[in-house]
Design a protein around this ligand. Sequence first.
Ligand code: NAD
Length: 480
Amino acid sequence: MAAPRAFLRSVEGKILLNNKWVSPTSKKLSSLYNPADNSLVSDKHAIGNQIDVDAAVAAARTAFHGPWSRFTGAQRGDALYTLADLLNKNAEEAAYWESICSGRVMSQLKYEVPWIASVIRYYAGWCDKLEGEVLSDSNDGFYKIVRHEPLGVCAGITPWNGPLMVLALKAAPALATGNTFVLKPPEKSPLSSLFAGSLFEKAGFPEGVFNIVTGDGSTGAMLAAHMDVDKVSFTGSVPTGRKITDAANNSNMKRVTLELGGKSPALVFPDAELPKAVQALAQGITMNAGQVCVASSRVYAHEDIADELIAGIKKRFEEITSTIGGDPQDLSTFFGPVVDTHQYNLVHQFIEKGKMEAELVTGGNKWEERGNYIPPTIFKEEIFGPVLCVRTFKTEEEAVALANDSQFGLAAYVWTNDTKRILRITKQIQAGSVGVNAGVSLFPNAPFGGYKSSGVGKELGKYAIQDYTNVKTIFISLLR
Ligand code: NAD
């Protein structure tokens, strides 16, 4: 599509307070680049300071006690339904702004943006169905009411590898339950979040309900430590997640939800449908140039089928490599660049280290033309890095032990047609999501969130609703 520059000019250097794009007090700016050729997209990305963060939190607090508190559930639902409709109507432009600074391909975003709208619609549907409880039959002389109340001002801090989706995963349940929101989008790819921000007023949200303060880690840290923020929901790396938990504990003990990294395993048994497994495993690790938190980056293949599986994925990787360098905004491009030169260099450092430690099956070389493209790579043996690492196993017990031998527990995948094995293994695997004969998938109505160091709390489904509410018991004496 032709670059819709008018929108960029209207938000450059601005933050969103009370439904208006305003100039922050901070004069600090950073630059945004297109990873397909490292050209400059904008040199006016505002880095919000403490005064800007305070202003956004104050706007959200005022809105929380103001008109938003008088919205019925059905009215909140109407606003969310309208927001979803607006996102669908403007899906192509939203996808463009998601793609331009991240290198994410429009051919995938074409499907992802409507999916994001479906998440918003899912939570819109909850708005007028939120209930409490009455505990009246215990004969203890009390009539008890259990109420579920919004927390107040919630902050969302999001990563560059799927900022629009993560915005919806956090803001939709927060707003559905009556909270107000302050977003700190990622400094490498903030534009799709700004585009979404421009839709809230049109959708009928009163001023102050949804605010955006752009910035870097320093801006995020101010939100995490803020004394008037009631919850922070973060998606990103484990070290940042730790800092956010510390900041929350050292300030007002605000609620924390963390969606962190994963090195998700895929276990492939001899009775699996190999062509399907090959297709899903190759797609899982090349989607978003391997920068997907739930990607199956560790593959454990039974020794009887390992050679066939590796040969299949190698063939698919080589097909992808032959198309490398395509423009992410071109709908025929399937494989894009990594987000920036920092990430590009990091991945190549891992690959060079891997070459010393493990057998290289395919890839591993440098793309010498423009852009941050990295040929998909397979190693036999495990190394740390966003490349596919394949090892073999002999027994089911060994496969489960290998899968669980990680500090992470975000997702796992099992490829087998043996029902008893499916039931045994899915119980033993320590991960928040386990896909059976299926690749990377999220569903609006199914909870998502990690075990172990992969996170705290859940997003999606009714579990996210719980994570955005306080539970209050009111007890009324019936004694005369
Ligand atoms: P990151 O942790 O560097 O940054 C994420 C966000 O946190 C950014 O907005 C950044 O500005 C902000 N931030 C940085 N330092 C901060 C601080 N001290 N206090 C508050 N905020 C701070 O992560 P990233 O590199 O942008 O994202 C990639 C990571 O995200 C990967 O590890 C990936 O696995 C993970 N991820 C997880 C999920 C999930 O759902 N579990 C989804 C997508 C990405």
